[in-house]
Design a protein around this ligand. Structure first.
Ligand code: ADP
Length: 396
């Protein structure tokens, strides 16, 4: 069975085609700059040369056509016939309180997805556009929506309610949702497999650290906390996002810096975080290089990031009344030896000790705990696309 996974942004469409018999990737690619000048498709088939095609791509329907043409191409393609695609799984950013699990898409579900647009105005419209475009071109193919928020719908009320009037939660659905759910679910399942224990018996903190970072408490296989909140702006400081700050800072900044209401959200999402603290970069490789060369603000940005992550581990151990394992994933979690070291430093009270030799690993599954560490510390590369493909298969 072949399953196509699509992650559609406002101007890009990423795809991976899986052979589910052995969970291998047959081809993957990205259509970039949809609706902008300089459109481009980059297609990488397994065991064949990659191809890049530059042409104007006016909308998502044209992008979907380009992707399917590349998959069917005599030279670079991996399909003889489009009917070989058994199902399509779409990543959807926000499922609100409506969607607590993946769903097969039909007209009613599509309406439900549109109702979630006010909760994620930057992401959900593009997801819906992608679904509609694929539906027009492949009307007979079953399609599933897999939500970034769904795994976190088990977060209990006392953890998702903010200190604002309850009526406003009811009126506008203002609450903690949590994000990166597909990744947190995938790596927590992999932790259970790695440790050879049932997930129902484990208390795990999952650290998805990338351009966007979120941390989850996964107790007995269920998410009970996530550091991101109503939007992916809350939580640990990120590449360019401020993370949790005193809300009064927002009004102070608007007044003192003359930032208008329509600009402030963009400012907090794109100009802050470790980029803002360091003045160097949002990329942790640049920050590590700059810190090593003596740049004190780059070092400060790394210190702030690691300290905040450490505090989440402590608070989630308290929330779960225990901790069996922590797992690092995402671009930073999988690759940054020094960030993992900094986060796990002086955590022996929580039973966390890492072995520097074992921690000397990038981008692959590893147990980096020191001998005698009560809490196991793992590195597990995330695979959200595979998780989406597996969910899609279960649904059909
Ligand atoms: P996204 O949230 O966009 O999916 P990723 O999970 O791919 O992001 O993470 C991207 C980030 O991972 C980069 O910005 C960079 O900071 C970090 N990163 C990747 N490789 C390394 C590395 N070798 N050392 C330190 N940081 C790395």
């Amino acid at each position: 069975m072949k399953v196509l996974v699509i992650n559609c942004g406002s101007s890009s469409l990423k795809y991976q085609l899986f052979n589910m018999e052995n969970q291998s990737v047959l081809a993957k690619g990205i259509v970039e700059r949809i609706g902008l000048e300089g459109g481009m498709l980059k297609h990488q088939p397994a065991n064949k040369d990659k191809v890049e095609i530059s042409e104007n791509i006016p909308n998502h329907k044209v992008a979907v056509k380009m992707m399917l043409d590349a998959l069917l191409d005599k030279k670079h393609g991996v399909l003889e016939n489009i009917s070989e695609i058994s199902a399509v799984g779409h990543r959807v950013a926000h499922g609100g309180e409506k969607f607590a699990r993946p769903v097969l898409i039909n007209d009613a579900i599509l309406e439900g997805l549109k109702e979630c647009i006010p909760l994620a105005p930057l992401h959900n419209p593009a997801n819906v556009l992608g679904i509609e475009a694929v539906r027009q071109i492949l009307p007979e193919t079953p399609m599933a929506a897999i939500f970034d928020t769904a795994f976190h719908q088990t977060i209990p009320e006392h953890a998702y309610i903010y200190g604002i009037p309850y009526e406003l939660y009811k009126k506008y659905s203002i609450r903690r949702y949590g994000f990166h759910g597909t990744s947190h679910r995938y790596v927590s399942m992999q932790v259970a497999r790695f440790l050879g224990k049932p997930i129902e018996d484990l208390k795990i903190v999952t650290l998805h650290l990338g351009n966007g970072s979120s941390i989850s408490a996964v107790k007995n296989g269920k998410s009970i906390e996530n550091s991101m909140g109503f939007t992916p702006l809350e939580g640990i400081v990120m590449g360019t996002r401020c993370g949790s700050i005193d809300p009064s800072i927002v009004f102070f900044l608007m007044e003192k810096e003359g930032i208008s209401l329509d600009k402030i959200n963009d400012y907090l999402n794109k100009k802050c975080g470790v980029l803002g603290i360091s003045g160097v970069s949002s990329d942790f490789r640049d920050l590590e290089d700059a810190a090593a060369a003596g740049n004190t603000r780059a070092k400060l940005a790394l210190d702030v990031f690691a300290y905040q992550a450490k505090k989440y581990i402590g608070s989630y151990a308290a929330a779960m009344n225990g901790l069996d394992a922590i797992v690092f994933t995402g671009g930073i979690g999988e690759n940054s030896i020094s960030i993992r070291r900094m986060i796990c430093d002086e955590m022996d009270y929580f039973g966390i000790k890492i072995d520097d030799a074992k921690n000397n690993v990038r981008g692959k599954e590893a147990d980096i705990s020191a001998d005698g560490s009560k809490t196991r510390v793992l590195v597990i590369p995330t695979n959200e696309e595979l998780m989406i493909a597996l969910d899609t298969v279960s649904l059909i």
